[in-house]
Write a new protein. Structure first.
Length: 291
C-alpha cells in the first residue's frame, strides 16, 4: 500500500509538470512547426535521460527495444493529436478533452479486458469528468477539428496507460521510459524533415519553452510515469492525470494572474475528491469505524 501511495504521489508530481505543458506548447508553436517542436522536445529529453541513465543503456535487450518502439509509436500519435488539437482549439477545450483518459480507462478495461471495477472507481471517474468540465469550460463547448483531435488523443492516451501498466512489469521501467523518448524523437524528426522545414529555436524564449518541455514534461514526466505505473493501477493513473487542468489553473494564476470562477473552484474540489476516493481503502475505513 505504501509503495502504491508513493507511486501515485509521483504521478501527481508528473501531472503538475504536465499542467503547464498545454500553455508551453501553445507558446512554442508560435515560432516552431508542430513535428519540429515534438522532435526537439524528445531528442533533447532522450539525450539528457541517456546521460543520467547511461549505465542502464548498456543493458538494452531486444524485448525492451520492441516494447519501447511500441510505446514510442503510441506516444508519438498521442503527441501529434494533442499538438494539432491545441493548435486548432482553445486552451480550455484542449484542457478538458485531453484529460478524459481517466474516464476512458475503466470503460475500456471493462469492455475489452472484462475487468470489474469497484463502485468507487466509477464514482471517481464521474467526479473527475464533471470536475474537469467545470474547471475548463466557461461557456459552452463548440466542437471543431481541434476538439476531435483532442478526444482521439485522450482515447489513445488511455490505451497507452493500460499498455504501459503491463509492459513495465516485465522489463526495466527506467530503460523502457528512456528508450521510448528516443523513438518519439526519431519519428518526429522524420515527419518534420518530410513535411516541414526543421529549424532550431530563434529566440531565448523559444529555447526556454523547448527546454522546459524537454526536461520537466518529457524526460522527467514520461520516465517517472513509466516507473510509477509498475507499482499502481492504470485506473489510478488515469484518474490522477485528470488533475492536469487543476495544476494548469494554478500555473495560470501564478504566471498570468488568471482567477478561477466559482465553477472552476468547484471543479477543482471535485477532482481532488475523486483522487481521495481512489486512494482511500473504504473497506478498511469501515472496519476501523466498527472497532
Amino acid at each position: 500500500m505504501k509503495t502504491e501511495l508513493k507511486a501515485d504521489l509521483s504521478l501527481i508530481l508528473v501531472t503538475m509538470f504536465w499542467g503547464i505543458s498545454c500553455l508551453l506548447t501553445k507558446v512554442g508553436l508560435g515560432g516552431i512547426q508542430e513535428f519540429n517542436l515534438i522532435a526537439l522536445r524528445f531528442i533533447i529529453a532522450f539525450f539528457l535521460a541517456g546521460l543520467v541513465f547511461y549505465r542502464k543503456l548498456k543493458n538494452i535487450d531486444l524485448i525492451t527495444l520492441k516494447y519501447s518502439a511500441l510505446l514510442g509509436t503510441i506516444l508519438f500519435s498521442i503527441l501529434t493529436f494533442m499538438t494539432f488539437g491545441v493548435k486548432y482549439t482553445s486552451v480550455s477545450n484542449a484542457g478538458f478533452l485531453t484529460c478524459l483518459a481517466g474516464v476512458f480507462i475503466p470503460i475500456l478495461a471493462f469492455i475489452f479486458l472484462k475487468q470489474k471495477q469497484e463502485p468507487k472507481v466509477w464514482v471517481a471517474a464521474g467526479l473527475a469528468f464533471i470536475g474537469v468540465y467545470l474547471l475548463t469550460i466557461h461557456d459552452t463547448i463548440h466542437f471543431n477539428i481541434g476538439d476531435f483531435f483532442c478526444v482521439i488523443c485522450s482515447l489513445i492516451f488511455a490505451i497507452y496507460i493500460m499498455i504501459t501498466n503491463r509492459l513495465t512489469r516485465t522489463v526495466d521501467s527506467v530503460l523502457l521510459g528512456t528508450l521510448q523518448l528516443g523513438f518519439v524523437g526519431f519519428y518526429s524528426l522524420i515527419f518534420s524533415i518530410v513535411l516541414e522545414s526543421p529549424t532550431l529555436p530563434a529566440t531565448t524564449q523559444s529555447w526556454l519553452v523547448v527546454l522546459a518541455l524537454s526536461i520537466l514534461c518529457s524526460a522527467f514526466g514520461f520516465i517517472a510515469q513509466t516507473v510509477a505505473q509498475q507499482y499502481t493501477t492504470a485506473t489510478h493513473t488515469g484518474i490522477i492525470f485528470c488533475l492536469e487542468p487543476a495544476f494548469a489553473a494554478i500555473f495560470a494564476f501564478i504566471l498570468l494572474n488568471e482567477i478561477l470562477t466559482f465553477n472552476g473552484y468547484l471543479g477543482a474540489l471535485m477532482l481532488f475528491v475523486s483522487i481521495l476516493l481512489v486512494e482511500i481503502d473504504i473497506k478498511k475505513v469501515k472496519a476501523r469505524c466498527k472497532v
